[in-house]
Design a protein around this ligand. Sequence first.
Ligand code: SF4
Length: 347
Amino acid sequence: MPYTQLLPWYDENKRVLPFRGTRDAYAVWISEIMLQQTRTETVSGYYTRFMERFPDVEALALADEQEVLKYWEGLGYYSRARNLHKAAKIVYQEYGGRFPHSHETVRALPGIGDYTAAAVCSIAYRLAYPAIDGNLTRVISRVHGIREDVGIPSVKRQIEELGKAHIDPDRPGDWNQALMDLGATICLPGTPDCARCPLKEKCDAFLQDDAELLPVRAAAKPPKPVPMGVALVTHNGKILVQQRDAALLKGLWVFLLLENDDTPDGLLKKLHGMGIEAALKSDLGEAKHVFSHRIWNMKIYHFEATEVRKKTGFRFVNSEELAALPLPTAMKAARKRAMELLNADIE
Ligand code: SF4
């Protein structure tokens, strides 16, 4: 059995994390959603703050979405926060605030995929579902010597099946977390530290000396660069913001953005179309933000509005209001410059 030494190793070496040690499904769910695509060290602070403000399903379900997004600000992948909020409302309304207990019902909640359902059910309810994330995929593919592209559906299924076959039925949550820890501290991408690994004697990749080549993955497409004009439009000591409607960053607040055109003329035309006449005041430099599939190459300009004919589809806010709105990390550089403009206006 390749995993015999896994749980004894985990008992001695598990990472101490603020979201560990609980079997409260709500708490496990919040931490697992935060941990998707986000580093463990980053999650710790966010998790503590989030749980203080939203300690249970009811608190989250009754909160305003904008506040939830504000607590998520900086974590990225904001659809996670919107789905958390939606799911909390369902649990509150349909399950009387008690997190559902079967894998099927947990999996049916918004934003919960196979991985999260398995993590919640194994940790909170001791149900034997392997939580196959990047770490588990890497470790399992190495231990069992899977040398095909792990992105292929049949190979994914094979890894899932191996997980199901080997998960510890008495301690499934610990088994999942042990593999997560092993993947995060020893069985690292690139060069694993096999000498320290409790599984090495039964690990196919270690015995074949090709762990560094596994898992096999087809090269990911590089993110596509997108030119983006960013207008900081001031008017009577306030600045223009809009709430995003597009799928990327939906619900968050941004300055006026113009995709695929980073020129002042393009931004002035867009403003004109919104019923705003403005004059270019200064070029505030560039900023870049990398998403998973695209890179925003932003050019930031300051405009002063000279005429505002309409007031729909945007808001003018002062520095305090701006600080209270949930803005994505992509707006970090622009927000800093916006604050400087607003504060200079006050002085
Ligand atoms: S022996 Fe090496 S490759 Fe195998 S599971 Fe351990 S760290 Fe990973």
